[in-house]
Design a protein around this ligand. Structure first.
Ligand SMILES: *[C@@H]1O[C@H](CO)[C@@H](O)[C@H](O)[C@H]1NC(C)=O
Length: 508
């Protein structure tokens, strides 16, 4: 019965605490392994260089291979254990026939004990497997980050100035009007929250967080146009020819200070997209909030929150996993569907939330993708969807357009291009773009705390002009800027923070 004293002992200390656990492994002289999960304090990392990202990746790779080795060792031990159990079970059967000196009850108790130990083993193994798969995910997030950084570094080095085709319309100056500011409350921010959710759904909480690693993207101020290049305050204008009627449309003349509603918990939420559906379809409402963390190589989770309050508290109502991974954060929610760009492709996808299926996939002809014509901050933001009072749009560039922004209006039912416009705004020279009342607006810088909306292209007249409407990036890394035509608000994602801005449109 010496076989029964198993020289195996694993102590698995699992601290399920808010924060970003990390796995540590040590082995003692008996060859026993100790797994320790530590949770770093939830502080933000400071600015770091790509080298630090590399170090972080190397550390992760190191841990990764350590875990892999342990997994293998565990498998071997487990199979040994199984053999022991089997032998015992066989021995038990044989013992009943033979005149073995061992007491039958003794061995029965031992077998039971062994079975329990085996169960425990299985449990520990599956915990370890989960930990391992989380680690792999985090590693791929970091690798993606590195890829983006390298790409942006290259682009910063070969940056060109935007081509400006200045045309101005002679319009009446009019008073600006604040239109329908939505009653979303004023939550003080930034907010740090943890999330709890129903079982089964993928966790929104930190996986193998890298908060402790302190990784952050290389910052670049080069994309900010110097103030001297900005035109003085442009006249607030109205065209008069547009017949927009009840949509409350006008020209964007003012953007307020952003309100912060929520801060993402981990590196996966450094970039992202959050929004409401301006034209929701039952069972969703004007309060439903959608959120996607967009750092990583396999972005497929879409969080649905019943309302803003639930987002702030961190309680998603549901988590959807779209069947194809998406590229960056150009996605929009419109009339009950998520429209997004497929990873490493120029394929637009319509995903229906109610049926949880891909309704349509359609190639966006000639569009540059995966880093060819990103916005200045990079992040594979080549193809950016937008919604305004006029419907669904896509903002991108093509080889023919030589990197200048092309705007296409899309049929939301077929994803076919209804009409396109060529601008002369170089896509890589602006930080972001969005549509309001059929006019494209571009953001000068993603990193300057105070920048401007610097160009406007009106698709109704085909006229492009330089503008200078102040715009704030309080957290210094605005990755998403989208307009909600129902609320007349701009939604943004700035360095982990989900923010929203009030706007004013000129009176028609
Ligand atoms: C945009 O420019 C491209 C390339 O010059 C051209 O083929 C296309 O017809 C233009 N589209 C419009 C709507 O002007």
């Amino acid at each position: 019965m010496g076989l029964l004293t198993l020289p195996i002992l694993i102590s698995l200390m699992l601290c399920v605490v808010q924060g970003s656990p990390q796995l540590r492994r040590t082995s003692d002289r008996q060859g026993q392994c100790t797994y320790t999960f530590t949770v770093p304090s939830p502080k933000e990392g400071t600015c770091t260089e790509p080298e630090e990202a590399m170090t972080a990746i190397r550390e992760l790779q190191h841990e990764d291979s350590a875990v892999k080795q342990d997994m293998d060792a565990l498998k071997i031990r487990l199979s040994l254990l199984e053999k022991v159990v089997n032998r015992l079970l066989g021995g038990e059967a044989a013992g009943q026939e033979s005149s073995s000196s061992h007491s039958f009850t003794d061995s029965k108790v031992e077998v039971q004990r062994l079975k329990l130990e085996k169960d425990e083993w299985e449990n520990q193994r599956s915990s370890l497997e989960m930990a391992y798969s989380d680690l792999l995910k985090e590693k791929s997030s970091l690798e993606e980050e590195k890829e983006r950084l390298t790409e942006r570094l290259e682009r910063v080095q070969q940056r060109q100035c935007p081509q400006v085709a200045e045309t101005s319309r002679n319009r009446d100056q009019s008073t600006s009007q604040r239109l329908a500011p939505s009653a979303t409350g004023s939550h003080a921010g930034p907010v740090r929250t943890s999330s709890v959710q129903g079982k089964g759904g993928p966790s929104e909480l930190t996986r193998w967080g890298t908060d402790g690693v302190g990784y952050q993207e290389l910052k670049s101020e080069l994309t900010a146009l110097p103030a001297s290049r900005m035109l003085p305050e442009t006249h607030s204008t109205t065209g008069g020819s547009e017949n927009i009627g009840s949509t409350g449309c006008g020209e964007l003349t003012w953007v307020g200070e952003p309100t912060t509603y929520r801060k993402a918990d981990n590196i996966a939420g450094k970039y992202g997209v959050w929004m409401k559906d301006p034209e929701p379809v039952s069972p969703f409402t004007l309060d439903t909030i959608w959120r996607i963390n967009t750092v990583g190589a396999d972005i497929r989770q879409v969080f649905e929150y019943e309302n803003l309050d639930q987002l702030v508290k961190g309680y998603p109502n549901k988590v959807y996993v779209v069947p194809r991974s998406m590229e960056s954060n150009g996605a929009v929610v419109y009339r009950g569907s998520l429209y997004y760009v497929r990873r490493k492709a120029k394929i637009l996808v319509k995903y229906d939330f109610k049926t949880e299926t891909l309704a349509i996939q359609k190639e966006l002809a000639d569009a540059g993708f995966h880093g060819k014509y990103s916005y200045s901050w990079g992040g594979y933001t080549d193809i950016d969807l937008a919604v305004d009072e006029m419907g669904l749009w896509v903002i991108y560039s093509t080889e023919n357009a030589k990197g200048s922004i092309v705007i296409s209006q899309l049929d939301p039912n077929t994803l076919e291009v209804k009409q396109s416009w060529n601008t002369t705004i170089r896509k890589q020279s602006v930080a972001n773009a969005f549509m309001v009342c059929g006019t494209l607006y571009t953001v000068g810088s993603y990193s300057s705390p105070t920048t401007t909306l610097n160009f406007a292209f009106d698709t109704q007249t085909g006229v492009q002009k330089q503008i200078s409407v102040p715009f704030q990036n309080p957290y210094g890394y605005a990755s998403m800027v989208d307009y909600n035509p129902t609320e007349k608000k701009i939604y943004g994602w700035d360095n982990y923070n989900m923010v929203a801005y009030d706007v004013r449109l000129s009176k028609m």
